[in-house]
Design a protein around this ligand. Structure first.
Ligand code: AMP
Ligand code: ZN
Ligand code: FE
Ligand code: FE
Length: 288
């Protein structure tokens, strides 16, 4: 356990969380509920970064107006990197951009195929969870492993999300199915063409100077410094590399609306980023 959560944040007018999930992907709260809860904890700027979709944006914006909360368009794309899978956050893009929506639609179709493959793997293991059970959890959202985990809980195969990942869904476990992933440049250019900026999410110890420099060469605009999985040393290193390489700095709690928060997912508003970072992000978006 590091002491990152005990640092006193700088005094600012704004309290910003740029990494949140809703029921538009694998979060447990609706976009409107996320916004209301965000306002309740004092957040003034948020981005819903649902996996491979911007489907929650309109509802979030509608809920945010009367509460004085600003919602930045956001998403979290999965991309292929030399070490496997990386998550790429997109911000401030045109949420109606057809090419970006088509990119996300392809990922969503793939997630559905993968949902069938996970159901088949569970069937072979004798676990009574079908594709329909998974789809009932996703309720139209791009299917992710948390939906499968919730179906396993519903069927009382496991007691917790953690147990579902430990026994079945985690990398290398018997119902794990990898995603076929697009390349980094394909994703950064789709975000860029939609007038948005990209940021590499929760890189942890993969966030070396070399890796960030290579990603910048592939169109990356920023890097997530503040994330629950990053301890104080990781934050310090990644922030230094960002400044040296001219990358934007982003951060957020990665809240999924769960009541139990773990080492990779914080409580809503558990991370707050400096106003200076937000201004730089805004300026970069404005310039696109
Ligand atoms: P997917 O994109 O379908 O591969 O699912 C990955 C998502 O599963 C991540 O974004 C997390 O939200 C979630 N996840 C991964 N590991 C765990 C875990 N041990 N407990 C709960 N959620 C997890
Ligand atoms: Zn997620
Ligand atoms: Fe992620
Ligand atoms: Fe996330």
């Amino acid at each position: 356990m590091d002491d990152a959560g005990n640092r006193i944040p700088p005094l600012t007018d704004h309290f910003t969380d740029l990494h949140l999930h809703s029921t538009a992907s694998d979060g447990a709260r609706s976009p409107s509920e996320v916004v209301h809860q965000a306002a309740r904890v004092g957040l003034t700027i948020i981005a819903l970064t649902d996996h491979d979709t911007v489907g929650g944006y309109a509802a979030a914006v509608a809920a945010a107006g009367p509460l004085g909360v600003r919602v930045l368009a956001g998403t979290e794309l999965s991309v292929r990197v030399p070490w496997g899978e990386m998550h790429l956050l997109g911000y401030g893009f045109d949420p109606t951009d057809e090419a970006l929506l088509a990119f996300m639609a392809r990922a969503t179709v793939h997630r559905r195929d993968r949902g069938h493959a996970m159901a088949a793997a569970l069937g072979r293991l004798g676990v009574p969870v079908t594709f329909d059970d998974i789809e009932a959890q996703a309720t139209g959202a791009p299917i992710g492993r948390p939906h499968v985990a919730r179906a396993l809980i519903e069927k009382r195969v496991v007691g917790t999300l953690d147990e579902a990942f430990d026994r079945f869904l985690g990398r290398g476990r018997p119902a794990y199915v990898p995603k076929a992933l697009p390349g980094v440049e394909e994703a950064t250019s789709a975000i860029r063409a939609a007038h948005g900026i990209s940021s590499a999410a929760h890189l942890k110890d993969r966030g070396s100077r070399e890796a960030l420099s290579a990603l910048k060469g592939q169109g990356l605009d920023g890097v997530e410094v503040c994330h629950p999985s990053h301890g104080p040393a990781t934050r310090k290193d990644i922030e230094r590399f960002a400044v040296e390489l001219g990358l934007l700095r982003t951060g957020g709690s990665d809240w999924h609306g769960q009541t139990v928060v773990g080492p990779s997912h914080g409580a809503l508003g558990a991370e707050r980023i400096p106003e200076e970072w937000v201004r730089a992000i805004d300026q970069a978006i404005e310039a696109r």
